[in-house]
Design a protein around this ligand. Structure first.
Ligand code: ACO
Length: 319
């Protein structure tokens, strides 16, 4: 009874208790979450257990989730939290709890006929590996299901991240896959991004003439931790950006609340793009307000970002 009154003995850090895994037919890689406060509260603790371990595992290809919870001791008191029910409300309904054999069987059956629920929009090579980008079909059950399996990562890796309303047709989700030559593990999910499409009224005359203008807002952007720091985030962003540049309906690409890591990745990608498009040695001879606005619009960059990029280029030239 005395032990039961010592709260610290029964309090676990939810960031340490929750362990994430990506599994393929050869094994699993594990990594910790960055944030768990959206699930377990601001103090990121879970009360009522000793030796608590929460294992959340995803298949590398279909992302079908498996949840297991283990502990040495549990307090039998009414205020003890139930991590299982908290997590199950946030996970896909197809999450398998506890029964690993059932999950393995379900994964095998699913993979046997699995089609990525979306349209291939781009592919590229990097370091002798092949990658593909798919735009999910959120009007299909399988597209919605894949998004439901992925979305918990937004809570776990993006500060202040929250679930989007994937039934809103203005949301798009793009998923990056690595293509594997190994037939047993044909593709692996590397990351994903959610994009909101704002329709911009171009004025009555232009509208009557059929002009349609859209602004895209990159809302959530994630590369799975085992694949971070390999240039894949930059490539995913640059390939999508390149596709949107070719689409005449898209007039601007903005980013919602980028964090420092994302800004850094985007700056590198945008600078390398501008370096291919412009003669940066001559840029200080061109900097009139007219040129800046024309160039910014041509490259569909938002004002703040284009100003930052110009500043960086000028600072670099002054060195
Ligand atoms: N080998 C080794 N390192 C490399 C390579 C390479 N071939 N290429 C680039 N790098 C380095 C870059 O120089 C950069 O270095 P830095 O850490 O010193 O800045 C670093 O890797 C990051 O560049 P990328 O590898 O292209 O980026 P990554 O694939 O890691 O993706 C991202 C960046 C998306 C921020 C990722 O870390 C992530 O998902 N983080 C968690 C979620 C998150 O914060 N998302 C953004 C939130 S904001 C928003 O969603 C709008």
């Amino acid at each position: 009874m005395a032990d039961q009154l010592k709260a610290e003995l029964w309090t676990s850090s939810s960031n340490e208790a929750l362990k994430l895994f990506i599994a393929d037919s050869e094994g699993a890689v594990s990594f910790p979450p960055v944030f768990t406060y959206p699930i377990f509260g601001d103090s990121e603790t879970i009360y009522g257990y000793q030796g608590l371990e929460i294992l959340l595992c995803f298949n590398h290809y279909t992302f079908r989730p498996f949840l297991n919870i283990r502990y040495d001791k549990k307090l039998e008191m009414p205020n003890v939290e139930d991590p299982k029910s908290k997590l199950l409300t946030l996970l896909s309904k197809q999450t398998v709890f506890k029964d690993e054999v059932k999950w393995v069987d379900e994964v095998k059956n699913e993979i046997a006929n699995y089609q990525i629920p979306g349209q291939l929009v781009d592919d590229f090579e990097q370091d002798n590996e092949s990658y593909e980008i798919y735009k999910l079909d959120l009007t299909s059950d399988s597209g919605l299901e894949l998004h439901q399996r992925l979305q918990i990562l937004v809570l776990l890796f993006i500060e202040a991240g929250s679930y989007i309303d994937s039934n809103d047709p203005l949301w798009n989700v793009y998923v990056l896959y690595k293509v594997s030559p190994n037939e047993k593990n044909p593709r692996s999910i590397i990351g994903f991004t959610t994009i909101y499409q704002y329709w911009k009224y171009p004025g009555a005359k232009a509208f009557d003439e059929g002009l349609r203008e859209t602004r895209l807002k990159i809302s959530q952007f994630i590369i799975l931790p085992p694949y971070q720091g390999k240039g894949l985030g930059q490539l995913f962003y640059s390939r999508l950006f390149g596709n949107w540049l070719k689409n005449e309906e898209i007039v601007e690409i903005v980013v919602e609340d980028p964090n420092e890591q994302f800004d850094d990745m985007r700056d590198r990608a945008d600078l390398s793009f501008l370096n291919k498009q412009l003669d940066l040695n001559l840029i200080n001879t061109k900097l009139t307000p007219g040129w800046i606005e024309l160039t910014r619009k041509k490259f569909k960059l938002e004002k703040r970002q284009f100003a930052r990029l110009l500043e960086m280029i000028l600072l670099y030239k002054l060195k």
